[in-house]
Design a binder for this molecule. Structure first.
Ligand SMILES: [Zn+2]
Length: 237
């Protein structure tokens, strides 16, 4: 990680939540903030709130499970508007600190491995950004999260088969209906035949209504026989 080595030469190493100096210790959080993260404990609990959000409203779940083939889903942390992790996630996404995503992905994988959450998954696909957004930001935070998970589990990360073809407005929290319109048909897939019968883990930074994830999964339905699982760094409460 040459980039993070270079960064630490120019910036003092401070905790990404409380901004206390943490010296050269590994990671981006101090020990107190790391242990205080609002964990969801969803790794071994099916029908958790992340799975419910991805599948849609309760009355749609029976229909959705037939078409979605969602194997399992879980978030690592709860995202509360008033909680300090809000600033941390903001820094990860918009303030050129993607290493926060890498370290939290790593931490999530370490903690969720005990629930066998990553067993039988063939590859990890980070939620793609639109190329224009990627150019502006310089990185895809979901890819950093995915690479953190990969560093622990050894599961390869794939960024070539799913792309974002329509740019969506920046508002993080929109009403469900509006969001549905904005993200419909926002994704395209390349060479689907290469992913037939694979078990794919889709990784996103934050799940709110689940509509972006559903839209992505709808585009991936052409991966014949594929199974899908979902990991989100955060689930909005
Ligand atoms: Zn701290």
């Amino acid at each position: 990680m040459l980039r993070s080595k270079l960064l630490s030469l120019f910036f003092p190493r401070v905790c990404a939540v409380c901004e206390k100096y943490i010296g050269e210790q590994a990671g981006v959080l101090c020990e107190e903030c790391l242990s205080a993260l609002p964990r969801t404990e969803q790794a071994e609990n099916r029908q958790n709130s992340t799975e419910m959000a991805v599948l849609g409203q309760p009355h749609q779940i029976a229909v959705a499970t037939k078409t979605m083939h969602l194997d399992k889903g879980a978030a690592f942390l709860f995202f509360d508007k008033g909680h300090p992790i809000r600033d941390m996630i903001h820094r990860m996404k918009y303030a050129d600190q993607p290493e926060i995503g890498f370290q939290l992905g790593r931490q999530a994988a370490i903690e969720m491995q005990y629930a066998d959450f990553f067993d039988e998954i063939d590859l990890i696909i980070p939620m793609p950004l639109h190329p224009k957004r990627l150019r502006e930001r310089g990185y895809n935070q979901s890819e950093y999260i995915a690479r953190g998970i990969s560093a622990i589990t050894g599961i390869p990360v794939d960024t070539t088969h799913v792309t974002r073809v329509r740019n969506t407005p920046k508002q993080a929290l929109q009403r469900g209906e509006e969001r549905k319109i904005n993200v419909a048909d926002a994704f395209a897939v390349n060479h689907p035949e290469q992913l037939y019968y694979k078990h794919i883990l889709i990784v996103d930074d934050l799940i709110t209504t689940g509509e972006t994830m559903r839209s992505c999964m709808r585009a991936m339905k052409v991966f014949r026989g594929a199974k899908f699982s979902v990991f989100a760094l955060c689930k909005a409460r």
